[in-house]
Write a protein that binds this ligand. Sequence first.
Ligand code: ZN
Length: 116
Amino acid sequence: MNPKIETLRSLEEFDHILRDIENEHYQVAGFKIVKPSSEFIKIAEKGRAKLTKKIDPRILAQYERIMKRYGGRVVVQVIHEFCGGCYVKLPSELAARCRTELVTCPNCGRFLYYVK
Ligand SMILES: [Zn+2]
């Protein structure tokens, strides 16, 4: 996988963790209720901040915009040339490029990646 996509996916993971911590309903999902320690939250926030330094500011701004707009699922999988975020059919050339380059969906703007 493209290393830039991997970094963005890790960032998304941190954002989901930090968001779930604030969401009480998440705790109802059948897990043992554990209140995250302030130590864990600090570590997660630090990890997130460290990642953001690795990302081009323009790409980070784009990521933040999409995260705000859709509330999650910023980096999505391409499934048979369809965007996994908005389900639009992608041009074959674009779908092929996301194997090696950082590419966004022309419809929803999400970052795309391909899994064999
Ligand atoms: Zn899309």
